[in-house]
Design a protein around this ligand. Structure first.
Ligand SMILES: NC(=O)c1ccc[n+]([C@@H]2O[C@H](COP(=O)([O-])OP(=O)(O)OC[C@H]3O[C@@H](n4cnc5c(N)ncnc54)[C@H](OP(=O)(O)O)[C@@H]3O)[C@@H](O)[C@H]2O)c1
Length: 329
């Protein structure tokens, strides 16, 4: 297998956006002893993919050039390393690759066994590929940071979800509702019906003056904000929070980090919490089972063939996707 060539999409340097992507023929990778080799069925993009290309995590990521981006995959196993225990050729799986090395925008990819879970036949490859980064981030923010119990056994909380129409936001609204919360959500006018269909109790159009205040129409104060966009100052959140309210910021910029430090240093009850995803396979498995049972859906913004991966890339950079952007080899 190692000498066979495959189609892949890669970039050679920082910057360049969609036109920095190149279509190449490269050798099919070989799995190490604890890795599996996948025939890729679907890849979902996340903003971190193009942010790494932009150089946001320079000089740490990517580890080397050329870099094949893409980490969230559905695929069929076509080879396993000698120490792989739980999978065999022919299994359909969902996996999250490491951002250091990527490898997703290709016909074949190698993945570690640790962040790989089975994909039941009821979950399509595209739906499943949406889950790793976006679904796990929504899950972590709600369960670990906001303290929502997804079986609905906790006290009812009021949650605000910004950019509820995006990849993370769509999962956050649905999961929050499983957890018996009251959800206020923000999105653009064209997505209001969509976000209501996910289960949001009230929806604010972020482009209106009322929406920009983030005030709950029913007068609720928020126990937690799952903040999936950027550019909203602490002074806008602060009056809308309960006494112990938290803003869980997925994209903290310099001013958010200063607010985080200040709130900590002054023992403020209201806090800003920067979130960094720690992906766990048991949580991915949990999310896939919810999709299988029809309790969680992946809304797909658009599907693009690998031969047009640059269109998917440009769409993600544009920042106006409704749900997940999928590339299919
Ligand atoms: N910290 C972590 O570990 C982590 C993990 C995952 C994601 N993230 C970050 O979280 C952010 C969201 O990721 P994503 O995948 O959900 O992004 P995404 O899918 O690209 O989000 C696009 C959506 O955001 C909406 N939007 C943009 N600005 C908005 C605003 N001011 N108010 C309300 N909605 C707005 C857009 O609606 P319109 O088209 O109507 O504008 C669009 O539907 C990204 O910055 C990503 O890098 C961080």
């Amino acid at each position: 297998m190692a000498s066979k060539l495959m189609h892949a999409v890669q970039y050679d340097s920082y910057g360049g956006g969609a036109s920095g992507l190149k279509h190449v023929e490269v050798p099919v990778p070989s799995p190490k002893t604890n890795e599996i080799l996948l025939k890729v069925e679907a890849v979902s993009l996340n903003p971190i993919d193009w942010k790494i290309q932009k150089g946001v995590l320079r000089p740490f990521l990517p580890r080397k050039f050329p870099h094949i981006p893409g980490t969230d995959l559905a695929g069929e196993i076509v080879g396993v390393g000698a120490e792989v225990k739980n999978f065999k050729a022919g299994d359909k799986v969902i996996t999250k690759l490491n951002h250091d090395y990527g490898g997703g925008l290709a016909e074949f990819a190698v993945a570690s066994e640790t962040l790989t879970v089975p994909r039941p036949t009821e979950v399509s490859a595209a739906e499943g590929s949406g889950l790793p980064v976006a679904g796990l981030t929504a899950h972590q923010a709600l369960t670990e940071t906001a303290g929502v119990k997804l079986d609905g056994s906790g006290l009812q909380k009021n949650i605000l979800i910004t950019a509820a129409s995006g990849g993370v936001g769509q999962y956050a609204v649905q999961l929050a509702k499983l957890g018996n919360t009251h959800v206020t959500a923000t999105c653009g006018a064209r997505n209001i019906d969509f976000v209501k269909s996910l289960g949001a109790d009230e929806v604010l159009d972020y482009k209106t003056p009322d929406g920009a205040t983030l005030k709950s129409p029913s007068g609720k104060k928020y126990d937690a904000v799952i903040h999936c966009t950027s550019g909203i100052p602490w002074s806008t959140f602060e009056p809308n929070l309960t006494a112990n309210g938290k803003v869980i910021d997925l994209t903290p910029g310099p001013s958010a980090l200063i607010t985080y430090a200040l709130k900590k240093l002054t023992f403020s009850k209201k806090q800003l919490v920067p979130l960094l995803l720690t992906a766990k396979s048991e949580n991915l498995d949990y999310l896939i089972k919810l999709v299988k049972d029809g309790r969680l859906k992946t809304h797909i913004d658009s599907k693009h063939p690998l031969s047009k991966a640059e269109d998917a890339w440009a769409k993600s950079i544009d920042g106006h996707a409704t749900g997940k952007i999928i590339v299919e080899p």
